[in-house]
Design a protein around this ligand. Structure first.
Ligand code: ADP
Length: 479
C-alpha cells in the first residue's frame, strides 16, 4: 500500500473512532440528561396539579362530570394523569376510558404510590400493564381539607418513554449527523494532509532514484526546516560528495594514463638512439676509427640519460605512493649549503659558471628537515641553474633569516622562463623547451620531485623569472 494511502487511512480510522466514541458518550450523556430533566419536569407538573387539587381548584367527579376538564389539562401539560384514592382505587386516568376504570388493578401497591404514601412523593419507571407502554411515573399524596373525593389520595403524572425517546432520537440524529459530517471532512482533510506529508518524500524518492541511475546533478528542493528537509539535505550532500569523488577519480585516472603515456615516450627516445648507434657500429662503423668512439660515447650518454630517467621515476613513484620516509632533524644551514656547493662546484666550473654562497646572516642557524632530501632539492635546483645558464654566468645560493624561518634560494643568470610557463613547470615531464631540456640531459621530473619534498616540509617553492635575465627558486624552512 502506498504511504499516502496508509497515512490517510490511519488518520481517517483514528478520527472516525474518535467521532464514534465521542458520539456514543455524548448520546449516552444526553439521554441521561433528558431523562433527568423529564423526571424533574414531570415532578414540576405534578406539583402544580397537586396544588390545584389541594386547594380545591380542581376536583374529580366520580360520575365523569370533570373528565373533559381533566382530560384537557392532561393534554395541555402533555402528561398522563391518574387520580388514585387512598385505598388504591383509580378514579380517573386520562389514558383509560371511564367505563374501563373498574377493571384496573388496585394501584395502592404501585411503587411510586407506595413511596408517596410513605414520604409524600414517589417516582418509578416501568411498563404499564394498564396501557401497555413504558412510562416515567411521579406520584404525590394530597392531604388538604377541601380535597373532597381525593382527600388523602394520590395525584400521579406519567410520561410515556416513547415521547422521551423521540426527543432522544432527534438529538441522536443531530449528534450522529454532526459526527458524520466531521468524518467526511476528516477524510477530505486527511487526504490533503497526507498529500502534503508525502509530497516531499515522493520528491526525495524520485531524486534518489535518479542519483542511483547515475544522474548525480539531481538535487532535492529543500523548502522547510523539518526532519524531512534534513533527510533531503543529507541526500543532496551525499550526491554532491559522490559527484566530487567521481570527478576526482576520473581526473586521477586521466593523469595516470597520461603519465604512463609520457613515461613510455620518454623511455623510448634514449632506447631508440642507443639501438641506432649500436646497429650502426655493428653494420661496420665499429671498424671506422673516425666515428666508432664518438658513437659509443653517444650511446653511453643515452644510457646515462635512461639511468637518470629511471632513477627519477623510481623516486617520484616512491614519493607519490607514500613510500618515501622522511627523517626530520635539526641541522646547521650554512654547513648544509656549503656541502651542496662543494658537490656542485666542479659541475658548474665545467661550464665556467661561478657558484656563490651568501649566508652571512644565518651563521649558526639550525633548520628542521630531512637533510638528505633537502640536499636532493638543492642539487636539483643548482643542477637546473647550471643546465639553463650559459657559460660565464653566475649562480648564487642564498640563505636569509626571517622570523622563525630561514629562506633558501637558488638564483641564476640564465635564460629565464616565460611568465606563462611558470605555473606548469612543476608538473611531471613539463618542459619549457623540450629540445634544450633533452640536450642538457633533463628528465622533466626534477622540479616535480623538488615540489613534493618541499611540500612534505610544510613549505612551498616560489619561482620568479625574467626571460634572458635569470631565474630564482626559493623555499623556507623552520628554524
Ligand atoms: P628538466 O629535467 O627538463 O630540467 P625540471 O622538472 O627540472 O625538468 O624542470 C622543468 C622545466 O623548467 C625545464 O624543462 C625548464 O624548461 C624549466 N626550468 C627549470 N629550472 C630552470 C632554470 N633555472 N632556468 C630556466 N628554466 C628552468
Amino acid at each position: 500500500m502506498k504511504l499516502r494511502t496508509r497515512i490517510s487511512l490511519t488518520f481517517v480510522g483514528l478520527v472516525l473512532a474518535g467521532v464514534a466514541l465521542v458520539g456514543l458518550l455524548s448520546s449516552l450523556a444526553i439521554q441521561k440528561y433528558i431523562e433527568t430533566r423529564t423526571i424533574e419536569s414531570l415532578h414540576g407538573r405534578l406539583e402544580v396539579l397537586s396544588q390545584l387539587f389541594a386547594r380545591g381548584r380542581l376536583s374529580v367527579d366520580s360520575l365523569g362530570g370533570s373528565d373533559a376538564e381533566l382530560g384537557s389539562i392532561a393534554r395541555t401539560l402533555n402528561v398522563r394523569l391518574t387520580l388514585i384514592r387512598r385505598d388504591g382505587t383509580v378514579i380517573y386516568d386520562s389514558k383509560v376510558p371511564r367505563d374501563s376504570l373498574r377493571n384496573l388493578e388496585n394501584h395502592g401497591n404501585r411503587p411510586e404510590v407506595g413511596a408517596a404514601r410513605r414520604g409524600g412523593t414517589g417516582s418509578d419507571r416501568r411498563m404499564s400493564v394498564s396501557v401497555n407502554e413504558e412510562f416515567f411515573y411521579a406520584a404525590r399524596m394530597i392531604t388538604a381539607a377541601q380535597a373532597g373525593a381525593l382527600d388523602s389520595g394520590f395525584v400521579r403524572t406519567a410520561l410515556s418513554l416513547n415521547d422521551v425517546n423521540a426527543v432522544d432520537r432527534r438529538v441522536g440524529v443531530i449528534v450522529w449527523g454532526v459526527g458524520l459530517l466531521a468524518g467526511v471532512l476528516t477524510v477530505i482533510v486527511s487526504f490533503q494532509m497526507s498529500r502534503r506529508i508525502t509530497r516531499p518524500i515522493l520528491s526525495i524518492s524520485q531524486t534518489a532514484q535518479a542519483i542511483r541511475d547515475g544522474d548525480l546533478n539531481q538535487r532535492i528542493p529543500v523548502t522547510t526546516h523539518d526532519e524531512i528537509a534534513d533527510l533531503a539535505r543529507a541526500i543532496n550532500e551525499m550526491a554532491e560528495k559522490l559527484g566530487t569523488d567521481i570527478a576526482q577519480l576520473r581526473k586521477l585516472e586521466r593523469i595516470r594514463s597520461e603519465f604512463l603515456g609520457n613515461v613510455s615516450h620518454e623511455l623510448r627516445t634514449p632506447i631508440f638512439s642507443i639501438q641506432g648507434f649500436i646497429e650502426t657500429l655493428l653494420d661496420g662503423a665499429v671498424d671506422d676509427a673516425s666515428v666508432n668512439r664518438d658513437f659509443l660515447e653517444k650511446a653511453h650518454r643515452q644510457a646515462a640519460r635512461l639511468n637518470a630517467l629511471l632513477n627519477d621515476l623510481i623516486e617520484i613513484s616512491r614519493i607519490e605512493s607514500g613510500d618515501m620516509k622522511m627523517s626530520f632533524r635539526y641541522f646547521d644551514v650554512t654547513e648544509f649549503l656549503e656541502s651542496v656547493l662543494e658537490e656542485m662546484r666542479e659541475h658548474a666550473a665545467r661550464k665556467s659558471i661561478t657558484l656563490e654562497l651568501l649566508a652571512d646572516g644565518t651563521a649558526g642557524d639550525r633548520v628542521f628537515g630531512d637533510r638528505e632530501r633537502l640536499k636532493q632539492v638543492m642539487i636539483n635546483l643548482v643542477d637546473n641553474a647550471v643546465k639553463y645558464t650559459d657559460s660565464g654566468g653566475k649562480i648564487v645560493c642564498r640563505a636569509t633569516h626571517e622570523k622563525s624561518r630561514v629562506e633558501l634560494s637558488v638564483e641564476d643568470t640564465g635564460c629565464g622562463i616565460p611568465q606563462e610557463h611558470l605555473p606548469r613547470i612543476f608538473e611531471r615531464f613539463y618542459r619549457v623547451d623540450r629540445d634544450r631540456s633533452r640536450e642538457v640531459g633533463g628528465t622533466g621530473l626534477g622540479l616535480a620531485i623538488v615540489k613534493h619534498i618541499v611540500e612534505a616540509h610544510g613549505s612551498a617553492v616560489n619561482v620568479t623569472s625574467a626571460v634572458g635575465k635569470g631565474t630564482s627558486f626559493s623555499f623556507s624552512l623552520k628554524t
